[in-house]
Design a protein around this ligand. Sequence first.
Ligand code: GDP
Length: 298
Amino acid sequence: MFDTLSSRLDKVFTSLRGRGRLTDADIDATAREIRVALLEADVALPVVRSFVAAIKSRARGAEVGASLNPAQQVIKIVNEELVAILGGGTTTLRFAKTPPTVILLAGLQGTGKTTLAGKLGRWLKAQGHTPLLVAADLQRPNAVNQLQVVGARAGVEVFAPEPGNGVGDPVRVARDALAHARRQVFDVVVVDTAGRLGVDEELMRQAADIRDAVSPDEILFVLDAMIGQDAVATANAFADGVGFSGVVLTKLDGDARGGAALSVAQVTGRPIMFASTGEALDDFDVFHPERMASRILG
Ligand code: GDP
């Protein structure tokens, strides 16, 4: 991801190397090239606009000090603005004062929610928590089984509906899971919900019903970074339909142009909290805006 954006930006910076002071015309030309690079990477237009405006005004006001030449100065500004649109810093989960903390996962089908439940479970366990994963995705025939497999691999218990008891009713499964967590002293409950291939009202209502039944401390919107320009519309639909407190980006190891990753925090006003970079349980970490900015700038 970001290969094209990285090489485009690198060309912009290269053209500034060895230059003395930058004129306003140089800055405008540079800003235009950065704009094209971001648009080509599928970054959402409002994000591109505010990004380029910030670069321009900061580059104009920048004092070229003894330590930084104009190219380095522009790289520094672009880096800082990238970190800013990615959320500024890391945002950690809010844990409930009285356990269990409830985390609801929402997102389209195939984004990596079930995989994420396992990753999150394993990560929480490593932090000293006792997580419980809940199979409330009852739409996809194999989803419950898939979560059980992922949970076993992660070494984390899975709460799944008993045949004939709550089958087909994800709200009841989520509620029963919460009662189970209280009895068995699990301190974090991660609820996997059903996703569809496209945004649909029934899916939103179901996720909202589960939300109302378990009052989550965090709702994580799981976004496949490969979906490109659709990311913003999908994020907005979930913000309206279910609401969410944070974003998890998945498939950052893919070869998409990266615009989704670069737009979503700014467009939704919600922080990117975690990043998934592969199918293995270990391909997962807290999201670090500075690291992603450095990756883009090479
Ligand atoms: P769900 O439908 O949202 O529950 O999605 P799944 O967890 O079933 O994931 C769908 C597919 O994406 C599976 O084949 C996963 O192995 C794969 N997957 C999940 N996360 C990642 C990731 O970060 N990178 C890659 N390359 N594949 C992933």
